[in-house]
Every structure is written in structure tokens, then in C-alpha cells.
Design a protein around this ligand. Structure first.
Ligand SMILES: *[C@@H]1O[C@H](CO)[C@@H](O)[C@H](O)[C@H]1NC(C)=O
Ligand SMILES: *[C@@H]1O[C@H](CO)[C@@H](O)[C@H](O)[C@H]1NC(C)=O
Ligand SMILES: *[C@@H]1O[C@H](CO)[C@@H](O)[C@H](O)[C@H]1NC(C)=O
Ligand SMILES: *[C@@H]1O[C@H](CO)[C@@H](O)[C@H](O)[C@H]1NC(C)=O
Ligand SMILES: *[C@@H]1O[C@H](CO)[C@@H](O)[C@H](O)[C@H]1NC(C)=O
Ligand SMILES: *[C@@H]1O[C@H](CO)[C@@H](O)[C@H](O)[C@H]1NC(C)=O
Length: 930
């Protein structure tokens, strides 16, 4: 299939012919002319830029597609005018770049430019930034606003709509106020670069950063404060610039930040001990710690780490890196950990001898005998570590805001004479102290009460600095009792609920269990999603043991992002031990078998040729699986699972009973089928366009199919078409600007010329193939038809030549299509679209969304689209892609417990005509390391 079966001659001719063919340029003036004229006068475009032609599409640094302006790129041109509000009228604009000029006046709102992907305004003299700027900018991936003398502005709410955003850069742009509360990974799943340095931001880093994909975070040079605890959950970070702010508190745990290279914390008020999780971080390359109040031993980083940590600019106990502090220092630091390492102590506890004038510490011959922390504004809990100060006689913690209990450990202090915790928010029973210890607890409203911790509260007495909220002084005795009761009752009902759910789930599961039944378990695995394990037969009970399966549960977790591992035993059973009779077809690297589950559900199982895959292949197999699990759409053949077992690599797909589009389009006579009528062809074209549009525009990544052709389009019983074979799918850069270089893969006749010649691939490669498929649907002829005379052997060339000529137009139409005026008009429109998609120059080809628009307008003439609500992975086409993705994710989450019905949901009661996705294994042949 993918093998170039045709003689090299043919391919060469096809390339030669196609390269000489050019679409006739349209001489009509662009509808964007008025707005562009405004832009020209408003910006006072210098004559060095040739913007004189009446047609803006002819101007230098301006690009058009279909006569609409798509790109304006005029950086560094010494321009000093203003931007006109009519910029908004350029609705097809994708890239707008005016950086490094001297442009004045406000940045106009671009609200509604849904195509806009990149906007660069940096290094100008812009005076203001509109708050509705981002409204409707659903394609925006990158914006730069740096170094403009804007009037003070806050990060606008409208930013929320730019959910594709990867880069937001606005350093030195006069931003004020706090971080908004929507910088969460759900709103911005792709955000990797957030550069907001040298502004006037205040407040804390938002908690919503937790779990974000941000890699590069610059917020240095302003008035941010609070702790930086949240960055411990930002595991994608590579570069963190927090310097020159007012951050305080201890450094967080860095163990999840395994990509972190560059960490700049200098000129803040960080206190506490530099955590080993930072010191030992393998990825670390540069770390700046100068001018903080860091305590404990001077950290010793690996030799290859560039460290900026001026001696004396912190509060380390000793100057020599890696040398441990005095024991008493260690104990005192561990004690103040539970109150968040207050700056006041850090400021005044210098050196390595606590008996040398440390505030709050009184010594007697080198032993700490008194700790006097009265009225120091402490919040947090009383540390258990006080018990390590064995000489302690007086402990005064009065007049603070301490909460939690008095730890029983304090009662072990042998010399303690006086403990004063008055006027705090301490609660709980006072431990039994020796009778001669003077324990003062006045002014703690809940002291002495035997508190039962509520379900939500943490256990009291821990060393954590966080306070259980809601335990305020105002709470009365009754209130507490009530709270406890609610806690207990709540706990009980929770328990009942859990039991109920378990029982329900068990029942649900057992419904599909029988000795030869698939048993499906979903494991929650962190936040990444869900893993399904399908257990083999002969397993009894709920235990998760595998029988006759060499891949243990650990294998299941090898593929990230919620793959669906299926045991080889199950697949052997359902395919009759891969019997000859079950073969649906052979192709590429493997054989596709039909499988039938006990309940009649049919599946297609692709088994790779063993030995064909190297270790590299294995890694790629896993990578591809990870991709699969993210790619789900009504018009893409669903991958239901995979199996990795020794040398065996298998993939399980949904079974498509009506087989390939080529069967119905080219082989219908031999197969005894009816030819497809035009309405059907149109619907299929739209299905395919929607599937490919989804692939190209998935929220986080864009995928390129690279091998679209009728044999990779499968039909269901309802003749709903789905795109199959993602074996050649590659990640595409979302902006479409760059291209990925790959080893050639694909099929002659469908391959875009620039791809065939250079091997460079963008999404436009698929658009070309789609154009060819449209031509095939119209003509019923194959892309390369060796039965044809040489001049019409290559469909694209022949189609164009025949179609443009009015007299010969009808010749392109398949004879089996019954024509009327309406259909003829429709075919004409689709022919136009086909030529447009099949344009020689990739930048003349439209995006798939354009094809979807054209086709859906035609399909609606006959058949209003019917929403299939029962398709759980169906995408509501009214939604924008990011919205749709979110909805799908939500659906997936809500369907966690419906796993079994998912596998069993494919309804196949009808014909057994083969349908199978082919060629997945091609990826191993074609994929390259870059
Ligand atoms: C811009 O669009 C608005 C409304 O769509 C229209 O009224 C106006 O004439 C357009 N201006 C230019 C210069 O195209
Ligand atoms: C920038 O704009 C202000 C007015 O907004 C103007 O006074 C100043 O001269 C401009 N600077 C440059 C370099 O154009
Ligand atoms: C942080 O700064 C804000 C004002 O910008 C202030 O209200 C708040 O109390 C500060 N928080 C801390 C922890 O210092
Ligand atoms: C980090 O993530 C965990 C798990 O999602 C969450 O419980 C915790 O509160 C987060 N911590 C911070 C500081 O955001
Ligand atoms: C951090 O320290 C390194 C080494 O001293 C220095 O080269 C770099 O400029 C500093 N970076 C920042 C952001 O301060
Ligand atoms: C203790 O905390 C409460 C609320 O958090 C605050 O109103 C009060 O002023 C604090 N008291 C002291 C002594 O810091």
C-alpha cells in the first residue's frame, strides 16, 4: 500500500507536470483594501516599503490567501504612526508583526480576529492596551507586548479566551494589579512561556499555577510577595526568574521540577534552609540566591552549577559550602520551621552560635535555657522539636497567633519550669507535665477541650505551619459539638456512599463477566488520567492478577497518558488464536485480524510482524500510543487499546463494518456494491474534513496525518466516515509556520509536491491529499490510474485541465452520479475546493477549516446535520476546538466508571465485510529521530 508500486517514471512525471501547473492569479481587488489603506496612512508607511499597488496583496511584507490579507510583518522599519481601529476588519489575519518601530497611540482592539495566531507589538511607543483585546482570539498562540510605555493596565479578563496561548510576553509593559485567577492549566493547556518581568504586579503567585505547563516564568522586578510554594507543583519549569521581588517564606520542595535549569531567587526575603531537593537537582545549571535571608548551612551545589550566592548576603551559619551547622542551630531552625521561618528571626540569628546574642535565646554556659518568643507575631503551630532542647527551663510563646495543640513531647523536657502559651489559639487537652512545671494557658478559648478532629482537618500537633481554618476564637462550646457531630455524621454517610458505589461498580462489572469475558479495570493514576487494564479470562474475583500473561501490571503503566493495555491472552481468545480465517487483511508491517468479543462486539486487531521492531521501534510504539489516547474524534477511527508482550505489539481498533472508501468508490462493481450517490460522497468528504481538521487543530498539539487516501478512510454501517491509520501521524508545530522534516512516507498520487521533493511536512500536506480525495469522489477515478492513457494518468493534472475548461467540465464527473441542476452546482463548488486544496504552492491551499465550512454549507442543503448525542466522544461542531476538547475531557472524566460499556459499545450486528485500519506500523519505518 504505502510502497510506491508505480514505476519511478510515473512519479517523476507527476511531479514534473504538477510543478509546471499554476493556478491563474485572480485580479480582483482584495476586500481588505479599505482597511489596509487606513493602515497605510495611519502608520505613515515609508516609501522604502513598496505599498503603492492598489491591491494590498501586492504590497511587500503583506501576504494574502484567497485574496484576503493573512500576514502583515513590518518589524524594524522606523515606522512612527499609529494603528487604526480598522485593523479589526482584517478577519483573516493570522500574523501581525510591528515590533521594533516607534509606533504611537493605543493598540486597537483585535477582538474577533479568530484566525490571529501571532501578534508582536514589542519595542514601540504604544500608549495603551485595550481590555477587550483578547476577546475571541481563540487561535492566538503568541503575543509580545514588551517595552511599551502603556498607561497602567491590568491583565484583562478577555485573556481567558486565548486558550491556545503558548507565549505571553509583556516585560516592562506597566502592568499593575494582581495575577488573575485563571492562569490554570485547564484554561491555558499550552502556555509554556509567561514573561511578565519588570512590571508593577503585586500580591502572590496564583495558586492556579499548580500543575501548569509553564516552562519559562519571568516575574522578576516588581512587588510580588508571599511564599512561592506553588512552584513545587509546576513540574515543567525550566527557567524561573523571581528575583527583585518581596517573596518570603522558605523555599519549596523542588523534587518535581526535574527540568529546572535556571533559577533566579536573588533579592527577595526567602528564609529557611535551602532544601536538598534543590541542591541535588540534576538539571540545575544556574542558581542565584544572593540577598535573601536563607539560613542553615551554605548549600554546596554540584561543580558544574553556576551559583550566584555572595558570601554574607544571606544568613547561612557558616561560609563554607556544605559544612553542617552547630546542633543547636539545627534544632532552632527545625523549631521555627513550624512557624514558617519568620524573617525577624532570620534577620537577627547570625553566625553559628545561638548563644551569641540570638534574639529570643538565653544560654547558660553554652546550653539554651530559655526560649522567649513572646509577642513575635508567630503563626503556625508549636513545634515538637522543642523537646530536643534538653536544657530548656523557660519556654515563653505567649501573645502570638499559634494554633494546634501543646505537643506531649514538651512534657518530656527534664528541666522545664515554666511554659507560657497564653493568648494564642491553642486548643486540645493540656498534656501532663510534672507537678512543678508552671503551665500558663490563659487566653486560649478552646484549651482543655477534647477536640475530635473533623474529617477535613489535619491531625493537630503536626509541625506544618498551616492553620486549620474556621477554628476561630468565636466558636462556642455548642458550635464545636455540633461541628463534631456533623463531622461524624458526614463521615458515616461518606462511608455509606463509598460502600454503595463499590457495590454498584461491582455489580456493573459483574454484568459483563463470564469465564470468557473481558474484565476491565480502570486505575486512577495521578492526574494524568486513567489506565485501563483488561484482564484475561480465567481470573476469578476482583483481584488484579494476570493469568497466562507475561506482562505484569508494571507494563501497564509504561505508556503514559492513560493508555489502554489489553493482555495478549484476551486478544488470542477473541481472534481464535490469530487464525487464518480471522484475517481481514495484511499491510505494512502487520496483519489485521477480526476479533469478536463474547457479546458479539467486533474489533480489529493489528498484529505487528514480530522481529520487525527494534528497541527504537518500541519507544516509538509507546509514543504513538500516548498520542492515540489523546486523539479522539467522531471522524477518527478509535483506538481501543494496545498490547505489549515480549515481541508482540498489537493494536486494537474499533471495527468498521463497511470497509474502506476505496471499496465503495473504485471496487464497488467487484464487491457487488451500489455506487455512492453524490449526497453520500459529499457527506463522506465532510466527515473526513472534520476528522482532519480536528487532527490539525487539537488544543495542545497539532497532528499531521501524512497518508490520507481512500483506503485509509473507513465507513461504518451508517456510512459515517472515519479517518484511520495514524501510523504516519506527526506532531506539527501549531503555528504552521515551521515544517517538520521527515523521511518520505505516504503514497504517490496523494503526496503534496513540496513534500515529495523536500520531505518537509506541514498540515498543508494533508490539505493536498484531501484535495486529491475530493477529485476522486467527484470523478470516481484513482489518484494514479495506470489503466488510463499517459496524459490522464495523474488525476490532479487531468482534473484541473478538464475542470477549468467550461466545455469539458462535465467530463470530470463520475458517470454513475445522477445529475440535476442542484447537484451540478454542488459538484462545481466541490471541484473548485478540490483544485484549491490541490494547489501546487502550499500557501495557496486553504486550511481544513475552510474545507469544512464549504462542505458543510453544501451538506446542509440536503440533510441538516443530526447531532449524535450517543457518541460519547463526539465533538459538538458548534463548539470551538478548545471548548470541544474541554467538553470531551469532561465527558471522559465522567465516564470513568463506564469503561466496560465503552469497549462493548460498538454495535455490530450486520455484515462481516472486512474493514480495518492499515499501516500503523509504517511509523516505525518512516519515523526518524528528527
Ligand atoms: C470595517 O468594518 C465595519 C463593520 O464591519 C464597516 O462598517 C467599515 O466600513 C469597515 N471599514 C473598513 C475601512 O473596511
Ligand atoms: C512616544 O509617545 C509620546 C506621546 O505618547 C511622545 O511624546 C514621545 O515623543 C514618543 N516618543 C518617541 C520616541 O516617539
Ligand atoms: C502582599 O502585598 C499586598 C499588597 O500588595 C498586601 O496586602 C499583603 O498583605 C502582602 N502579603 C504578604 C504576605 O506580605
Ligand atoms: C500541589 O498539588 C497537590 C495535588 O494536586 C495539591 O494537593 C497541593 O495543594 C498543591 N500544592 C500547591 C502549593 O499548590
Ligand atoms: C544569575 O547568576 C549568574 C551567575 O552569577 C549570572 O550570570 C546571571 O546573570 C544571574 N541571572 C540573573 C537572572 O540574575
Ligand atoms: C491573629 O490572627 C488573626 C486572624 O488571622 C488576626 O486578626 C490577629 O490580628 C492576629 N493576632 C496577632 C497577635 O497577630
Amino acid at each position: 500500500m504505502q510502497k510506491p508500486n508505480f514505476p519511478g517514471r510515473v512519479a517523476f512525471q507527476f511531479l514534473a507536470v504538477i510543478c509546471f501547473f499554476t493556478l491563474q492569479a485572480c485580479s480582483q481587488l482584495s476586500p481588505d483594501s479599505p482597511a489596509m489603506e487606513k493602515l497605510k496612512t495611519s502608520l505613515k508607511i515609508p516609501s522604502s516599503l513598496d505599498w503603492s499597488d492598489p491591491d494590498p496583496c501586492q504590497w511587500t511584507k503583506v501576504d494574502c490567501q484567497e485574496n484576503r490579507v493573512t500576514r502583515i510583518q513590518i518589524p524594524s522599519k522606523n515606522i512612527d504612526g499609529t494603528l487604526p481601529p480598522e485593523l479589526k476588519n482584517l478577519t483573516q489575519l493570522t500574523i501581525f508583526e510591528v515590533m521594533n518601530n516607534r509606533i504611537n497611540g493605543p493598540i486597537p482592539s483585535l477582538a474577533g480576529l479568530t484566525q490571529l495566531q501571532e501578534a508582536n507589538f514589542h519595542n514601540n511607543n504604544f500608549s495603551s492596551f485595550p481590555s477587550d483585546f483578547f476577546t475571541g482570539l481563540t487561535s492566538l498562540t503568541s503575543i509580545h507586548l514588551d517595552n511599551n510605555p502603556f498607561e497602567p493596565w491590568e491583565i484583562p479578563k478577555s485573556l481567558k479566551e486565548a486558550t491556545y496561548l503558548k507565549t505571553l510576553s509583556a516585560n516592562n509593559a506597566n502592568i499593575k494589579g494582581k495575577f488573575p485567577d485563571f492562569f490554570d492549566p485547564e484554561t491555558f493547556p499550552s502556555l509554556t512561556e509567561l514573561h511578565l518581568a519588570s512590571n508593577n504586579l503585586e500580591g502572590e503567585l496564583p495558586a492556579e499555577f499548580s500543575g501548569s505547563m509553564i516552562q519559562s516564568l519571568w516575574v522578576n522586578g516588581q512587588s510580588l510577595n508571599g511564599t512561592i510554594e506553588v512552584i513545587q507543583n509546576m513540574s515543567s519549569l525550566t527557567e524561573v526568574w523571581l528575583h527583585e521581588n518581596k517573596f518570603s517564606g522558605p523555599l519549596p520542595d523542588f523534587s518535581m521540577l526535574t527540568q529546572l535549569r535556571n533559577l533566579s531567587l536573588r533579592d527577595n526575603h526567602f528564609t529557611g534552609i535551602v532544601p536538598l531537593s534543590l541542591v541535588n537537582l540534576k538539571s540545575l545549571y544556574i542558581v542565584n540566591l544572593t540577598n535573601n535571608e536563607l539560613q542553615g548551612p551554605t548549600p554546596r551545589f554540584a561543580a558544574d552549577v553556576v551559583v550566584d550566592m555572595n558570601v554574607g548576603s544571606n544568613r547561612f551559619c557558616l561560609d563554607d559550602p556544605g559544612v553542617a551547622c552547630d546542633d543547636r542551630v539545627n534544632i532552632l531552625l527545625s523549631i521555627v520551621e513550624s512557624v514558617g521561618y519568620p524573617v525577624s528571626f532570620a534577620d537577627e540569628w547570625k553566625g553559628n552560635d545561638p548563644c551569641d546574642n540570638w534574639i529570643g535565646i538565653v544560654c547558660d554556659r553554652g546550653d539554651i535555657v530559655s526560649v522567649l518568643f513572646r509577642k513575635r507575631g508567630l503563626t503556625g503551630t508549636i513545634s515538637t522539636k522543642f523537646s530536643m532542647l534538653t536544657s530548656l527551663r523557660t519556654l515563653d510563646l505567649a501573645d502570638n497567633n499559634l494554633t494546634g495543640i501543646i505537643p506531649t513531647e514538651l512534657a518530656t523536657l527534664p528541666k522545664l519550669a515554666r511554659l507560657d502559651v497564653s493568648n494564642n489559639r491553642i486548643y486540645g487537652k493540656v498534656p501532663y507535665f510534672r507537678h512543678d512545671v508552671n503551665v500558663i494557658t490563659a487566653g486560649n478559648r478552646e484549651i482543655g477541650k477534647d477536640r475530635v478532629p473533623t474529617l477535613r482537618g489535619r491531625s493537630p500537633g503536626g509541625d506544618s505551619a498551616s492553620n486549620p481554618s474556621g477554628n476561630g476564637e468565636k466558636k462556642t462550646n455548642k458550635g464545636t459539638v455540633l461541628g463534631c457531630t456533623i463531622g461524624v455524621v458526614g463521615g458515616l454517610s461518606l462511608l455509606v456512599l463509598v460502600i454503595f458505589l463499590c457495590a454498584r461498580k461491582r455489580k456493573h462489572t459483574s454484568k459483563i463477566q463470564s469465564p470468557t469475558t473481558l474484565r476491565v479495570h480502570r486505575h486512577h493514576s495521578g492526574e494524568q488520567g486513567v489506565k485501563i487494564t483488561v484482564l484475561g479470562p480465567n481470573v476469578t474475583g476482583q483481584s488484579e492478577t494476570f493469568s497466562n500473561v507475561s506482562s505484569g501490571p508494571t507494563d501497564v503503566h509504561m505508556v503514559e497518558s492513560g493508555g489502554m493495555a489489553i493482555s495478549i491472552q484476551v486478544l488470542k481468545n477473541v481472534t481464535n488464536n490469530f487464525s487464518e480465517e480471522n484475517i481481514l487483511g495484511k499491510g505494512g508491517f502487520g496483519t489485521v485480524y477480526k476479533g469478536e468479543l463474547h457479546d458479539g462486539t467486533k474489533i480489529a486487531v493489528k498484529r505487528m510482524e514480530s522481529g520487525a521492531l527494534s528497541m527504537k521501534g518500541l519507544a516509538e510504539f509507546k509514543a504513538e500510543i500516548a498520542v492515540f489516547t489523546k486523539v479522539r474524534h467522531r471522524h477518527l477511527v478509535a483506538n481501543l487499546g494496545y498490547c505489549l508482550d515480549g515481541n508482540e505489539r498489537l493494536l486494537v481498533y474499533e471495527y468498521m463494518p463497511q470497509g474502506t472508501l476505496s471499496r465503495h468508490l473504485f471496487n464497488w462493481k467487484d464487491e457487488g456494491l451500489k455506487p455512492l450517490d453524490w449526497t453520500r460522497r459529499l457527506a463522506i468528504a465532510l466527515d473526513v474534513a472534520r476528522g482532519v481538521e480536528y487532527l490539525h487543530g487539537l488544543a495542545q498539539q497539532s497532528f499531521i496525518h501524512r497518508d490520507l487516501k481512500p483506503s485509509n478512510i473507513l465507513l461504518g454501517d451508517d456510512m459515517l466516515a472515519k479517518v484511520a491509520d495514524f501510523g504516519l501521524v506527526r506532531l506539527a508545530p501549531l503555528d504552521g509556520k515551521h515544517s517538520v522534516e521527515t523521511r518520505l512516507a505516504g503514497t504517490f498520487g496523494y503526496m503534496a509536491p513540496e513534500y515529495a521533493v523536500t520531505g518537509r511536512v506541514t498540515t498543508k500536506v494533508d490539505v493536498f491529499s484531501f484535495g486529491v480525495i475530493l477529485m476522486e469522489l467527484i470523478s470516481g477515478r484513482k489518484a494514479l490510474d495506470e489503466t488510463q492513457p499517459e496524459e490522464s494518468l495523474h488525476l490532479v493534472t487531468w482534473f484541473r485541465r478538464t475542470y477549468v475548461n467550461k466545455d469539458t467540465f462535465r467530463k470530470v464527473i463520475d458517470k454513475t452520479i445522477q445529475l440535476d441542476e442542484e447537484k451540478l452546482a454542488s459538484i462545481r463548488t466541490v471541484s473548485e475546493l478540490a483544485c484549491h486544496c490541490g494547489a501546487r504552492e502550499p500557501n495557496r491551499r486553504p486550511d481544513m477549516s475552510h474545507a469544512v465550512n464549504v462542505l458543510s454549507s453544501l451538506v446542509e442543503l440536503w440533510k441538516p446535520a443530526q447531532p449524535d448525542s450517543d457518541d460519547i466522544y463526539g465533538i459538538d461542531l458548534e463548539l470551538t476546538l478548545p471548548q470541544a476538547l474541554k467538553k470531551w475531557q469532561a465527558l471522559e472524566n465522567s465516564n470513568l466508571n463506564e469503561s466496560s460499556s465503552f469497549l462493548a459499545s460498538t454495535d455490530t450486528t450486520q455484515t462481516s465485510i472486512p474493514g480495518f485500519p492499515f499501516g500503523f506500523a509504517e511509523s516505525f519505518r518512516s519515523a526518524d529521530a528528527r
